[in-house]
Design a protein. Structure first.
Length: 290
């Protein structure tokens, strides 16, 4: 049964009606096939949407052999018309994060020539693997340019070019794709083959933050966040920095240096204590304790 992919037509659609085509029970869980759906199935590094069908929780969505199956917590009768409601807060967060990743990957590819060879959007952070090594300074520049793209609020467009058009286009793709190719273009930033959901304009991303980077398989794995999650991460770290600054009686921007001084002082005090113990044992005529 072919399912109409409403999420491709409108990424902002949070509620829809559909007819149940088939329903199966496997391992105590129920899976249903609909004639149309706004639930995005897991793919391209992006997790599936969650939500409800007639109030029944949808816990997973997978595309298997071209069919989109929804895992639900109770059975639904074939032929029944149901109302689907997405957890749109999660959907929009995925849109922000996926679009933010495209911007960062596009900038890295354009400036340094490195390819995105792996992408995973987890519940807490997203990771992007590049086939070349990037320094902290380079990643800082990438982040700065990425946020400038957010501020420009440029359009994010979806297109389905013909085979002939694709041959003349410059776009990123991790693998050879058979059949119709879906291209996500971010004006002035990136053009990439992608099946995921994205915001309509970059301003909706709000913020892109690179959290860390580590060497990985000859390249680098970048951990990052975009949108509401990036802002929440900043707020949490800001609160922690304020707390440390208060404890050390310094300004928040001086907290890092103050911790370094405290650590160095601790090292020196340990050395001093060790020396004093050595002198004490010598005076007592006792062997030095290790």
């Amino acid at each position: 049964m072919s399912t109409t992919r409403l999420f491709d037509q409108d990424a902002y659609l949070g509620e829809f009606e559909a007819t149940v085509g088939r329903s199966v029970c496997e391992g105590g869980m129920y899976r249903v096939l609909l004639d149309q759906t706004a639930f995005f199935p897991e793919g391209g590094g992006q997790p599936s949407d969650e939500g409800t069908l007639d109030g029944i929780f949808v816990t997973d969505v997978q595309e298997i052999d071209g069919e989109i199956w929804h895992t639900v917590e109770a059975p639904l009768e074939p032929g029944k018309t149901v109302v689907g409601k997405l957890d749109f807060e999660k959907r929009f967060s995925n849109m922000q994060n996926h679009c933010g990743e495209h911007i960062v990957s596009g900038i890295v590819h354009r400036i340094y020539g490195f390819n995105n060879v792996g992408f995973h959007m987890g519940s807490d952070v997203i990771t992007v693997d590049f086939d070349g090594v990037l320094t902290e300074e380079q990643l800082y520049d990438v982040e700065q340019e990425a946020n400038e793209a957010v501020l420009r609020n440029v359009p994010v467009t979806i297109s389905y070019p013909s085979k002939e058009e694709l041959e003349t286009m410059d776009y990123r793709s991790k693998k050879e794709i058979e059949g119709q190719v879906r291209i996500v273009t971010i004006e002035g930033c990136d053009s990439c083959a992608c099946c995921g959901t994205h915001v309509a304009k970059t301003g909706e991303i709000r913020l892109i933050k690179i959290l860390s980077a580590q060497k990985y398989k000859g390249g680098v794995r970048v951990t990052m966040l975009s949108g509401e999650k990036a802002y929440a991460d900043y707020c949490l770290k800001h609160i922690n920095t304020l707390g440390i600054a208060r404890l050390l009686s310094v300004k928040p921007e001086e907290a890092g240096d103050a911790v370094v001084r405290l650590k160095q002082k601790n090292i020196e005090m340990k050395k001093e204590i060790k020396q004093l113990k050595k002198e004490l044992y010598a005076l007592q005529g006792a062997p030095e304790r290790k």
